[in-house]
Ligand binder design. Structure first.
Ligand code: ATP
Ligand code: MG
Length: 280
């Protein structure tokens, strides 16, 4: 394995309960800089719960969460951000009608002094910094004055990621960044995820899509009902294997058999009273 230095994030035996319900149990995870760590799993597997702990949104109930080898107990996302742990949510915090560069600096606007105590927005510096950062990461937008709302979904994601990196992210948590995107747009985001990792960022990539994960991932964690079903580096895993684990191991075989195996019996009527689409 490449990097044996202290991992930037280390979760040991993490547990999280909602009342009597155990959303996470005994989860171990190591996140290293310069790697893409993929977190996969079915709906309700605990992915969002896990990243909300890493991001400082929820505190863990059991186990240890260490950043740079030091145990932490974040009580807000701000505290995580101060340690360089940034999250880009699918619902991006952007204003569609504002330009790309204004969105880039939204909430962190640069100003410069004018007369006396007055300051005004430092448009030139913000424009130039946005331009630099996007170019450095290989993103070429024709016009930084264009409203963010006119960018493609992939471009918007990428601008949000570039912004997080510019403001000091060492760990970048991406919650399903390709879920709503088509093939080309997903490609833009995946290429950018790979570029961020090459730059030394630790990327935590949450996705339902094993193909997307396998294209960029160095390390894969599959959750199932709050527990780790698989934790493996890319070198020990094929795409087929990853898909097998995502389907809950034997689950995929059952599905395969259902779809392509023995002749299907007459379609059953579901509880709701609708017959599933099946061959006549
Ligand atoms: N605030 C909460 N209170 C009670 N139960 C919760 C809460 N948040 C999540 N859960 C439960 O914890 C389990 C894990 O949820 P979580 O949102 O982490 O799953 P997920 O893997 O992100 O799913 P999805 O792919 O649908 O986003 C689910 O059974 C969910 O119903
Ligand atoms: Mg979720």
């Amino acid at each position: 394995m490449a990097n044996q230095s202290t991992p930037i994030i280390q979760l040991t035996n993490i547990g999280k309960n909602y009342g009597n319900f155990s959303a996470l149990k005994g989860v171990n995870l190591t996140v290293r800089q310069g790697e893409v760590t993929c977190i996969l799993g079915d709906n309700g597997a605990g992915k969002s719960t896990l990243i909300s702990i890493i991001a400082g949104l929820h505190a863990h109930d059991e186990g240890t969460y260490a950043v740079d080898g030091q145990p932490v107990h974040f009580s807000s996302p701000r505290e995580a951000l101060d340690r360089g742990i940034a999250t880009v949510y699918q619902t991006l915090a952007m204003v569609p009608l504002l330009s790309v560069w204004r969105n880039f600096f939204l909430g962190s606007e640069l100003t410069r002094p004018v007369i006396g105590p007055f300051r005004r927005l430092d448009v030139d510096t913000m424009w130039a910094n946005t331009d630099n950062e996007l170019r450095r990461m290989g993103i070429n937008l024709a016009d930084l004055e264009q409203p963010v709302g006119t960018l493609s979904g992939g471009q918007r994601q990428v601008v949000a990621i570039a912004r997080a990196i510019h403001f000091g992210a060492r760990v970048l948590i991406l919650d399903e960044p390709t879920a709503a995107l088509g093939v080309t747009q997903s490609g833009i985001v995946l290429r950018y995820i790979a570029a961020a990792a090459r730059q030394g960022i630790a990327v935590i990539f949450i996705t339902h899509n094993p193909h997307h994960a396998y294209m960029v991932g160095h390390h894969f964690l599959v959750l199932q009902r709050g527990q780790v079903e698989l934790d493996a580096p890319r070198s020990e895993l094929s795409l087929d294997n990853l898909m097998f684990h995502m389907a809950g191991g034997a689950g995929l075989d059952v599905l395969e058999h259902e779809l392509h195996g023995a002749p299907t019996p007459a379609p059953a009527v579901t509880k709701e009273g609708t017959a599933p689409p099946a061959a006549t």
